[in-house]
Design a protein around this ligand. Structure first.
Ligand SMILES: Nc1ncnc2c1ncn2[C@@H]1O[C@H](COP(=O)(O)OP(=O)(O)OP(=O)(O)O)[C@@H](O)[C@H]1O
Ligand SMILES: N[C@@H](CCO)C(=O)O
Length: 326
């Protein structure tokens, strides 16, 4: 479960006095998620989520993604909004960690995403990209191509203990991506971690996006590539072109993908697969003794990467007319 840092009831009640969100009635740790410690709070004014930010989140980055959530929500993108405390701050400190409170979103993330879910996520992602155009802050993506070699250096010596040949496989892919990574594609605000567990639905209707700590400025269509990886593979690891077509076409209806963006998609999908392979591998090799959080499977992303290596054109993702999304 993801409660790395526990909070005493009296500390939390004291912390909440700094906000105007009512008095604490109850709270409990949330088992889901792997990055941060999350708690569901019930107060006299409603339900909220308290997050204590852990290792991968730098305190200097909090204003970026908390302001982004507020910016997007003001422009009609359904996502939680941060609560401000009486000093006007969107985060402060609790139990020795940076802490923020956001409003609770109704809905559930889809355990078995279908094509309708994929269409919903494509539409929401494009709307987020459009709404982010006038977001004034900037945050470089620390987990784009320049961030991968340092991760590889950490994981390389023990990579073959996870799968024989893995070190060499990653080394070759990394060389290729570093040499070919595109430089001229449209940039903007991306979510960078829009996996099914970060998208809530009520039935087949999308009710909101959560979990923005990886959001940053980067190649917009890289975010689409992340979603292809996260949403369009089956549990048996096969690629589902129907889901990909639904995701890409819905995206294209809100924000047209240029021909250059479409052509870059296979390479960006390889990069996105390598990014999650590397972060998962580092986590897998460094599970602290007694950890309650099960690390995610890095090899899932080896299989996805191999699929994208075999893709010869964007048509393999279900797009039939380069330059135009139907
Ligand atoms: N605004 C919200 N409304 C309702 N539930 C939320 C909200 N934010 C988080 N949750 C709940 O907390 C869980 C964990 O949140 P989140 O995905 O942000 O975790 P994390 O550990 O920070 O990130 P990651 O998914 O990257 O591991 C979600 O699956 C969801 O159940
Ligand atoms: N979504 C990530 C974990 C959280 O960043 C993964 O599946 O590897």
């Amino acid at each position: 479960m993801a409660v790395y840092t526990d909070v005493a009831a009296e500390d939390l009640a004291e912390f909440l006095k700094g906000y105007e969100i009512g008095e604490l009635l109850s709270y409990k740790g949330i088992a889901e998620g792997v990055e941060n410690s999350n708690f569901l709070l019930h107060t006299s004014k409603g339900a909220f989520i308290l997050t204590l930010y852990e290792k991968r989140v730098a305190v200097d980055d909090l204003p970026y993604f908390l302001s982004l959530m507020a910016h997007l929500a003001e422009r009609g993108v359904r996502c939680p909004q941060p609560a401000r405390n009486r000093k006007g701050e969107v985060y402060s400190e609790l139990a020795g960690r940076p802490a923020a409170i956001i409003n609770f979103l109704e809905g559930m993330w889809p355990r078995r995403p279908n094509a309708a879910h994929c269409a919903g996520v494509g539409e929401a992602l494009a709307k987020m990209h459009v709404a982010g155009r006038d977001f004034p802050m900037f945050r470089k993506n620390p987990l784009s191509v320049e961030g991968w070699r340092p991760l590889f250096d950490v994981a390389a010596p023990r990579a073959d203990s996870v799968a024989p040949g893995l070190q060499d496989f990653i080394a070759r892919e990394l060389d290729h991506l570093e040499a070919c990574w595109p430089k001229d594609l449209p940039l903007g605000v991306i979510h960078a971690d829009l996996f099914p567990d970060n998208v809530f639905f009520l039935g087949d209707k999308l009710s909101g996006l959560i979990d923005f700590p990886f959001s940053c400025n980067d190649i917009l269509v890289y975010d689409v590539a992340i979603c292809l990886n996260a949403w369009c593979f089956e549990p048996d690891h096969s690629f589902n072109v129907t889901k990909a077509r639904a995701l890409l076409n819905s995206y294209g209806r809100e924000r047209q993908l240029s021909e250059a963006e479409q052509e870059a998609l296979p390479l960006l999908a390889r990069g996105s697969a390598l990014r999650f392979l590397l972060t998962r591998l580092v986590d897998f090799l460094n599970v602290p003794p007694g950890a309650l959080v099960k690390p995610k499977d890095p090899l899932e992303y080896v299989r996805k990467l191999r699929f994208h290596q075999s893709v010869s054109s964007v048509r393999d993702y279900g797009l039939t007319q380069p330059g135009f999304a139907a």
